[in-house]
Design a protein around this ligand. Structure first.
Ligand code: HAM
Length: 410
């Protein structure tokens, strides 16, 4: 048998402690934002029935699902996103739940995509959804929470922009050009590919979707729209975001359509201003998803915010080592086995006061102890030698200021 590779399967990720420090920083901002904006946490099983997740051909996510037959021939799938699962959970308890729901989750999602910068085959996705609210303030709240989280992580307003549009508005513009609503789903899917494939291929997709040459030209013309004042929902969205204090993080962009077919109204996607990365987060209004899986009609708004792109962006803006935060806790070490009981007793007493202690596991030379304490980013260090136990006292060294403080040994 050949040796096993030490690499994880392609597109999957391991989290070594330095990666975990970034993940903690990102997740903390997600959780704090959820709390601050008054959302309740939920979670679900990561495996779903394939039927719930699979959608119409043409949608990328539908084609990227990891699916399998279990030992009883059930056709199952790993969740590629949280939204169908959320719809299922809401539908199951629709009679008992009190709407509007404001629910948040951090869910590991799996997509068999080409692994590129910012896209993996497995990622953690923060979801913020408001179910059962028609007011555009729902959109404003979820986007506001995501903007807050980005700043909490350490990015500045100028580092990112949320591009906002509305499928309803785009639909109205298409309709006014004689492209009727029955063809919009196809048109949206084609136009969403702009920038990702040549316009000639998109034109071919539009013609395949039943558009005439003239309608195709009109569809491209509509994509140059810069004025959204004819859309009441977009006007209200921008006005309310201004009251909330983050309108400067937004920009109207008709080309934001989103690849998922369930969106019905406002849609948005956040990108880094330098244009180096793929989307940081995306979402929108999806008023028909519950009915499409057999639930009662309920309007909904939400977003998905992955951990991959934002972590890469944070590393590039703040430095790859910046995740760990300030040094913390106390390292406790000892010279010989004779000082070990005193070191253990000191560690226990510090821990009982809630202090984080990294206790050395064996006797060490002071030089080695202090260099490890610096490497592990301890804030303070206490090294106990025979003289200290004899005196019944040791010195706590502040590793930043080099100041010392005496402490009693037991
Ligand atoms: P999505 O645009 O497919 O939307 O994904 C949302 C975010 O998840 C992306 O902007 C990106 O941050 C992250 N993401 C997606 N795929 C990958 C990947 N392969 N690797 C790394 N990150 C990824 C949705 O999933 C919708 N369900 C969001 C939503 C929630 N809409 C309403 N509620």
């Amino acid at each position: 048998m050949s040796a096993l590779s030490f690499e994880p399967p392609r597109g999957m990720r391991d989290f070594y402690p330095e990666d975990m420090a970034w993940r903690d920083r990102v997740f903390s901002a997600f959780r704090e934002a959820g709390d601050l904006f008054g959302f309740e946490r939920y979670d679900s099983c990561p495996v779903e029935s394939y039927e719930l997740l699979a959608r119409k051909a043409g949608e990328e996510v539908g084609e990227q699902i990891y699916h399998f037959l279990d030992k009883s021939d059930r056709h199952l799938a790993l969740r590629a996103e949280m939204t169908p699962t959320l719809a299922r959970m809401v539908a199951q308890r629709q009679k008992e739940l009190r709407f509007p729901l404001k629910w948040t989750a951090i869910a590991q999602c799996f997509r068999y995509e080409r692994s590129t910068k910012g896209r993996k085959r497995e990622h953690f996705q923060w979801n913020m959804d408001i179910i059962g609210e028609e007011s555009v303030l729902a959109e404003v709240e979820v986007v506001g929470a995501a903007v807050w989280a980005l700043e909490r992580m350490g990015l500045r307003r100028g580092d990112f922009k949320v591009r906002v549009s509305s499928r309803r508005f785009l639909g109205e513009l298409l309709e006014r050009s004689g492209i009727d609503a029955s063809r919009h789903a196809q048109v949206f899917l084609a136009l969403d590919k702009r920038g990702k494939m040549p316009d000639s291929e998109i034109a071919a997709m539009l013609r395949d979707g039943g558009l005439t040459e003239e309608e195709t030209a009109k569809a491209f013309e509509i994509m140059e729209t810069k004025d959204f004042s004819a859309s009441p929902e977009l006007s209200e969205f921008f006005a309310l975001a201004s009251s909330a204090g983050f309108a400067d993080a937004l920009v109207f962009d008709i080309s934001v359509i989103r690849g998922l077919s369930y969106y019905t109204g406002i849609v948005f996607e956040c990108f880094d201003t330098a244009g180096e990365y793929r989307a940081i987060f995306g979402g929108g209004r999806y008023d028909n998803l519950l009915t499409s899986i057999g639930g009662e009609p309920t309007c909904a708004v939400g977003l998905g915010f992955g951990d991959v792109v934002v972590t890469e962006l944070l590393k590039s803006r703040l430095g790859a080592d910046a995740a760990g935060g300030a040094p913390r806790g106390t390292a406790v070490g000892f010279m010989t086995a004779a000082e070990r009981p005193a070191a253990i007793a000191l560690a226990s007493s510090l821990r009982s006061r809630g202090e984080r202690v990294d206790l050395a596991l064996k006797p060490q030379k002071p030089k080695k102890f202090f260099s490890r304490a610096a490497e592990t980013r301890a804030a303070k260090a206490v090294f106990i030698g025979p003289d200290d136990t004899a005196a019944g006292k040791a010195r706590v060294k502040d590793l930043a200021t080099r100041g010392e403080e005496e402490i009693e040994l037991q």
